[in-house]
Design a protein around this ligand. Structure first.
Ligand SMILES: Nc1nc2c(ncn2[C@@H]2O[C@H](COP(=O)(O)OP(=O)(O)OP(=O)(O)O)[C@@H](O)[C@H]2O)c(=O)[nH]1
Ligand SMILES: [Mg+2]
Length: 268
């Protein structure tokens, strides 16, 4: 089975390191991989990309040529990538690996909101893609922090309309108890809502409830998988999720499957 996994998350969430760790894990398990770097601003990568956007678009060159700062150059780079995606899409298609692992730019909004990201996700492997969304553990330790992270994940899901697997990144740095609390928030909207209101007593109860229920509206995954690039925690479970999501979509009717929400049945 071949699948494409996009690693998406806020700056420093651990995307590039996880691509490297997941690549090692895959190879140890006899799976071939294609590694794609879509971050034009990446300086040193912890893996050797097979396809590298920096061969086409380099942030430092854009800054120099157009007199832009790093953020302006990131936006220009994202739009330049969108202008000519044909070669990139063809190149990725020419590799036939079991897993295509795609590392995305540090600034999540560049990949999620500008044209290139969506177009890439729609074009490269329709029906065979999964977004692995990395929740930063340092931002997810409080109930309201976790809920804010979740809203970003939900926005990503809303934009791409592809199955999203939420991961709790850097699991090795979290205390067992914190990890369990976070997993409980993910599984139980009411527990999350109660803890948000405890953290932020000023918050409108209704708003807290809405935010807490966002996870329930996300396709497929009711729980967060803790992963660690340091000790390999959760990588097998991530693979099982990717397989199950892509396998499920393979079996279902193409016209309907992208729009099925949780609990909805496919029309007979
Ligand atoms: N302890 C621990 N540290 C990690 C793990 N994954 C990443 N890190 C550290 O977190 C920092 C950021 O990791 P990156 O992989 O560069 O994160 P990124 O999301 O690619 O960052 P940008 O592309 O700059 O947004 C680095 O110092 C990593 O060593 C992990 O599983 N455990
Ligand atoms: Mg990175």
């Amino acid at each position: 089975m071949d699948a494409t996994v996009y690693f998406v998350g806020t700056a420093g969430a651990g995307k590039s390191t996880l691509v490297a760790a997941y690549d090692r894990w895959a190879k140890q398990h006899g799976l071939s991989t294609t590694l794609v770097n879509l971050d034009p601003g990446a300086e040193a990568l912890p893996y050797e990309p097979d396809i590298d956007i920096r061969d086409t678009v380099r942030l430092t060159d854009i800054m120099e040529e157009h007199g832009l700062g790093p953020n302006g150059a990131q936006v220009a780079a994202a739009d330049m990538i969108a202008l000519d995606l044909t070669d990139l899409v063809e190149e990725i298609g020419s590799y036939r690996a079991d897993l295509t692992l795609v590392d995305t730019p540090g600034q999540l909004e560049l990949f999620v909101f500008r044209a290139a990201g969506k177009h890439i996700v729609e074009t490269i492997a329709p029906q065979r893609s999964v977004v692995a969304y990395l929740l930063d553990p340092f931002l997810a330790r409080t109930a309201s922090g976790f809920a804010s992270q979740l809203m970003l994940a939900a926005t990503t899901h809303f934009r791409f309309q592809e199955p999203l697997v939420p991961l709790l990144s850097k699991g090795d740095v979290l205390e067992e108890e914190t990890m369990q609390t976070i997993q409980q928030w993910a599984a139980d909207a009411e527990a999350l809502e109660a803890d948000i209101l405890r953290d932020e007593p000023s918050m409108n109860r209704e708003m807290a409830a809405h935010v807490a229920r966002l996870l329930d509206t996300m396709e497929h995954e009711p729980h967060v998988i803790p992963v660690s690039s340091a000790d390999g925690l959760g990588l097998e479970e991530l693979y099982a999720q990717v397989q199950s999501v892509v396998g499920e979509r393979e079996e279902s009717t193409p016209e309907y499957d992208t729009f099925l929400g949780p609990g909805q049945e496919e029309p007979a």
